[in-house]
Design a protein around this ligand. Structure first.
Ligand code: 3PG
Length: 314
């Protein structure tokens, strides 16, 4: 009986965990879990006997693959695989898959909730602004941006997207107007980043771009922290007290920013979620978690490797 380990430092909702366990039982797989672990060592030793792993943004480094000697497949219950050493996985002939789109709606809903919270001054009894009719610029036009476009229809927004990997036709089919220059995107009232951390995107969002934003523009990063240059946020906020930044990826220099612009202005201009919260819903835990275990089950049944991300040939 192949053994499956659910390894999540940021645990799934119990309903999702129970669902994964049930699918294991129904498909002749043994189930184990390690949740909320504190050290990599705990993860390494839990994975030593596993043949399959389900993870979130857990760090699977070379040491993990060296130690997990029986491992055949890892499924990232989510989209981003930047926390997984794909070369090490391939070297050990471990298939790595993700579950694209399964948590996209959760991220989109969160972005709109935070946008409204910022525009309404956190509902502090003062008069705020509405987002209806705003222009929305989406960097990347993948699953999360598509969910954003769906939600934006209720707010009568006009959507634009810059995605160098898609054709104009593909972007139009998603319901957005294609743009061919990132600078153009920053003319939108709201710019939301939905790109992975790659050599092209890392530190790509800087002061030059942010300075192009219209009055009261808001930038949102619900993707990856590496994409934003935090020093640029600190610098532009001192010149442009009208701008806002919403981050679901932390803000490491928050003390420096507070010192530069003051606590009251910080509250006005910045929202940072306590942890990466975009995919933290029951629904997305169930969607991504159950999809992951179904992919594992199919792999052990018939060798299916749908959504493999580390190349077929080892
Ligand atoms: C993803 O890449 O799927 C999202 O960033 C969510 O990540 P998480 O499962 O670690 O919250």
């Amino acid at each position: 009986m192949p053994s499956v380990l659910l390894a999540t430092f940021k645990p799934f909702n119990k309903i999702a965990v129970d669902g994964i366990e049930k699918i294991c039982k129904d498909n002749g797989l043994t189930f184990g879990k390690i949740e909320g672990y504190k050290t990599q060592e705990e993860l390494y030793s839990a994975a030593e006997s596993a043949e399959a792993c389900i993870v979130r943004s857990d760090k699977l480094d070379e040491e993990f693959f060296n130690r997990a000697k029986n491992l055949k497949i890892v499924v990232r219950a989510g989209a981003g695989v930047d926390t997984i050493d794909l070369d090490a996985a391939s070297k050990h002939q471990v298939v790595v898959e993700n579950t694209p789109g399964q948590n996209a709606n959760a991220v989109a809903e969160m972005v709109f909730a935070l946008l409204i919270a910022m525009k309404r001054n956190h509902f502090d009894a003062t008069s705020g602004r509405e987002i209806r009719g705003s222009t929305l610029g989406l960097y990347g036009c993948g699953n999360v941006s598509r969910a954003m476009i769906e939600v934006s229809k209720g707010f009568a927004m006009k959507c634009y997207s810059y995605d160098p990997f898609l054709s104009d036709e593909q972007i139009k089919e998603c319901g957005a107007e294609p743009l061919h220059d990132l600078k153009e995107l920053f003319k939108c009232d709201i710019v939301s980043l939905h790109v992975p951390a790659t050599p092209q995107t890392i530190n790509s969002i800087n002061e030059d771009l942010m300075s192009l934003m219209p009055e009261n523009g808001v930038l949102v990063d619900a993707a990856r922290s590496e994409v934003i240059d935090e020093d640029s946020v600190i610098s532009i906020f001192q010149k442009r007290p009208d701008l806002g930044y919403i981050s679901d990826v932390g803000f490491t220099k928050i003390d420096e920013l507070r010192e530069k612009i003051g606590a009251a202005q910080l509250k006005k201009q910045l929202i940072v979620t306590p942890k990466k919260m975009g995919a933290q819903t029951l629904e997305s835990n169930v969607n991504a978690g159950l999809t992951a275990i179904k992919q594992i089950s199919a792999y052990f049944k018939d060798g299916s490797t749908i959504h493999q991300v580390n190349g077929k040939a080892f």
